[in-house]
Design a protein around this ligand. Structure first.
Ligand SMILES: [Zn+2]
Length: 178
């Protein structure tokens, strides 16, 4: 763990007082299980990057548009028929690429026990909510597919719950991050 006052690295078996600055330490966090943290850095954030890249590919390649048209129109024909959809999917594709890159950056911060990694994790979730809300509102405004829009709602609610649960989890482990 790290000293709450000066940030000195106190190791896995921290002393009750910081040898650098003398501040008393709450060493109880060291005993807490870290399975979720390990899942986040070894699985979740990599999976988040992969899913974001898949969505980017799906939007930018026209695959998503063709699925909306149920294979009866090409993506270009659908965009001609539905102005705005091509622009929406291009913007979403770029946002998903950005989200994928940011997931990996945050993963590195977290793996190095940096507190900005925890804040970054909340941002990863928040970005996911923003992108999905833009997708839902965009699809509804363009009258493209209410079904595809509504399908995103459970995911958005799940991510809101994830932010709350992660906040509780990481606040208890604040002293394990510098
Ligand atoms: Zn200290």
């Amino acid at each position: 763990m790290f000293c709450m006052k000066c940030g000195a690295d106190l190791g896995a078996n921290p002393p009750p007082f910081c040898p650098q600055c003398g501040a008393a330490q709450d060493v109880t966090a060291v005993e807490l299980p870290m399975k979720w943290f390990k899942f986040v850095i070894y699985v979740q954030l990599f999976a988040s990057a992969v899913v974001n890249l898949y969505n980017a590919f799906s939007y930018l390649s026209g695959m998503f548009a063709e699925s909306l048209a149920a294979g009866m129109l090409t993506a270009q024909e659908l965009y001609a028929y539905m102005p705005g959809l091509g622009a929406l999917l291009t913007v979403l594709g770029i946002l998903h690429i950005g989200a994928a890159v940011f997931s990996i950056v945050v993963r590195q911060w977290l793996a190095h026990h940096q507190w900005r990694g925890v804040l970054g994790l909340y941002a990863v979730y928040a970005i996911q909510i923003v992108i999905n809300v833009i997708t839902m509102v965009g699809l509804l405004i363009l009258n493209a597919s209410a079904q595809a829009a509504v399908a995103l709602l459970p995911g958005v609610i799940t991510v809101v719950v994830m932010i709350i649960l992660n906040k509780i989890y990481f606040d208890k482990r604040r002293s394990l991050f510098r």
